[in-house]
Design a protein around this ligand. Structure first.
Ligand code: PEP
Ligand code: MG
Length: 320
């Protein structure tokens, strides 16, 4: 029955008991936005802007970036677009930045840590984003946040650029929750952000202390580990308590078995790969939020990722 998903791809994903979950797509290049919409994506929950910066000797300028973001916004035809600021360093090197030699690049100068030290890169990118015209305001998302200070520092830069550009209102500024620190302190961070989007790839890597790219550990770097689920639940609760939306944009959002658990924890937006959008919508339509909530509560107490998956399949055998 999940195979018929494509038929209803354009319809929203509503649970059997009437709770809507937004299903967005992740984009990482100029080509995907039309494809995403054709597959039923209701917006873009993560634009990985690194594609503009890779394999070149100098970073893209403001005009080039503005044109690239505008083309994507146009292809999304007014649907929400979350643009992540440059996330290089760690597993995402860039040739035009001279990184210091680091013994542990995954724990090094990367994400927002890097762009706060390279204000030129940050400001050029924010200026470009501020030029994009879209029916829905563009939302800005910061990668690898660990502290309120980082959010405050970027907000200050954003505010001054907006004032300089004569903007009438400020763009929403949210963060990726992909470090254990940000999940554990989500309650403190929530008043300072407009949304949370959980990056389960890095969150799993850092919670389990297992390299996401190490083939020897691939089977164990598992987002269904109850440690990761508890970090997700803390984030979702903190967002809800402060009226901020909480999404998931890591690869867990593309996993059919994960969708009901995440929804049950209070996640209201899933940003998946383009090709998995129809099946994620179909899964959500096949369950009740009441069951999702009960299942999420149980999953948090379970002893292993395998036990969590087995439990999900026992509640919903049709997901097999
Ligand atoms: C993540 O870490 O889950 C994420 C969505 O970002 P990326 O995979 O680009 O690091
Ligand atoms: Mg990440």
């Amino acid at each position: 029955n999940m195979a018929k998903a494509a038929v209803n791809a354009a319809e929203p994903a509503m649970t059997q008991d009437g709770h809507r979950i937004e299903v967005f797509a992740n984009l990482g290049g100029g080509q995907g936005a039309r494809d995403a919409v054709a597959n039923g994506a209701e917006g873009c929950g993560l634009l990985r802007t690194e594609f503009l910066y890779m394999s070149r000797a100098t970073p893209p300028g403001e005009d080039e970036q503005a044109a690239a973001y505008q083309a994507i916004a146009d292809d999304l035809d007014g649907r929400p677009l979350v643009i992540r600021t440059l996330d290089i360093g760690g597993d995402k090197p860039a040739s035009f930045v001279r990184f210091p030699k680091e013994d542990n690049p995954a724990l090094g100068l990367r994400g927002v840590r890097l762009t706060l030290r390279r204000r030129d890169l940050l400001e050029t990118q924010l200026r470009a984003i501020l030029r994009v015209k879209s029916a829905n305001p563009i939302q800005i998302m910061l990668p690898m946040v660990t502290s309120i200070d980082e959010v405050a520092a970027v907000r200050e830069v954003l505010r001054s650029l907006e004032a300089g550009a004569g903007a009438s209102r400020s763009l929403p500024l949210g963060i990726m929750v992909e470090t254990p620190a940000s999940a554990v302190t989500a309650r403190a961070l929530a008043p300072h952000v407009d949304f949370f989007s959980i990056g389960t790839n890095d969150l799993t890597q850092y919670a389990l202390a297992m390299d996401r790219g190490n083939p020897q550990l691939a089977a164990q770097v598992d987002s269904f580990h109850p440690a990761v689920l508890n970090l997700i639940a803390m984030t979702a609760e903190a967002g809800a308590a402060h009226g901020k939306w909480v999404g998931v944009c890591g690869s867990m959002a593309s996993h059919p078995l994960a969708a009901p658990v995440l929804a049950g924890m209070g996640v209201t937006e899933l940003s998946a790969t383009i090709r998995s959008v129809p099946v994620i919508k179909a899964v959500l339509r096949s369950v009740t939020m009441e069951d999702c909530r009960a299942l999420a509560g149980t999953a948090l107490e379970m002893e292993s990722a395998d036990a969590v998956r087995a439990h999900i399949l026992s509640v919903w055998p049709h997901l097999r």
